[in-house]
Design a binder for this molecule. Structure first.
Ligand code: PGA
Length: 257
């Protein structure tokens, strides 16, 4: 890894103000692990309170709408989450693709809106168990990622600063069973090649590629040792400071770099 490992906690639909003390503990611990970049994506309702107190960690959103504003009851725009203190947004998570029928084209429109609002994006991709079993995982993920990302001429010049990719096999999310290091190595290598093809050597080789799907303190070190793994997108294990920082610690150890 040439850049600092990036550990992002995705709190999903977990967290009321009672969780603010956990965020505070994560922020304080992150100040002692400066070799690692730690960030949290809480529910929308906690973006501002966490941002207001955080001294070290970045705060992000888990989604945004593709429009700037308008008659979209219940939705929230990229500018709104930025105004609340978000510096990044997770887009194309498989739970949104499944539960909200988000297509690649919609995810791409959201990415364009988020970038226009000055946000960084974490673009998720990942195959189902069926797709993996049929031997088509690599082709599926590459096609999904390519169709979900804005084209190079619609991306800012500093692509590697603004874009992070998260490879999250659907069958590994929340199941306790992470992908094997061989499968992660293969997919991350393919994603790296695609990023270089899309955005050129200079930017494409610097975009961080996170792995997500049942990352825990006890499997993090072996995952971070895989080539082209630039960090992790963490769901369940990000809900306590202890487990999230256990993962951050694994990323800050020399064997992980
Ligand atoms: P998990 O979720 O760590 O609970 O598997 C990861 C994610 O969905 O981002």
């Amino acid at each position: 890894m040439t850049r600092r490992p990036y550990i992002v906690g995705n709190w999903k639909m977990h967290g009321t103000r009672a969780m603010l003390s956990e965020a505070r503990t994560i922020d304080r611990a992150a100040q002692r692990h400066m070799k690692v970049e730690v960030a949290l994506a809480p529910p929308y309702t906690l973006i501002h309170p966490i941002h207001r107190e955080a001294e070290q960690i970045a705060v992000g959103a888990q989604d945004c709408h593709e429009a700037d504003g308008g008659a979209h009851t219940g939705d929230i725009s990229a500018a709104m989450v930025a105004d609340a203190g978000a510096s990044f947004v997770i887009l194309g998570h498989s739970e949104r693709r499944q539960n909200h029928r988000e297509t690649d084209a919609l995810v791409r429109a959201k990415a364009e809106a988020a970038l226009a609002a000055g946000l960084k994006i974490i673009m998720c991709c990942g195959e189902s168990a069926d797709t993996r079993e049929s031997g088509k995982a690599v082709a599926f993920v590459k096609a999904q990622l390519k169709a979900s990302l804005p084209p190079a001429d619609a991306m800012p010049a500093d692509v590697a600063e603004r874009l992070t990719v998260a490879y999250e096999p659907i069958w590994a999310i929340g199941t306790g069973t992470a992908a094997t290091t061989d499968d992660i190595a293969e997919m991350h290598g393919e994603i790296r090649a695609l990023l270089i093809q899309l955005f050129g050597e200079e930017q494409g080789s610097e975009v961080r590629i996170l792995y997500g799907g049942s990352v825990k303190p006890d499997n993090a070190a072996e995952i971070f040792a895989v080539p082209e793994v630039g960090g992790a997108l963490v769901g369940g294990a990000s809900l306590t400071a202890d487990s999230l920082m256990g993962i951050a610690l694994a990323a800050s150890e020399p064997s992980a770099n």
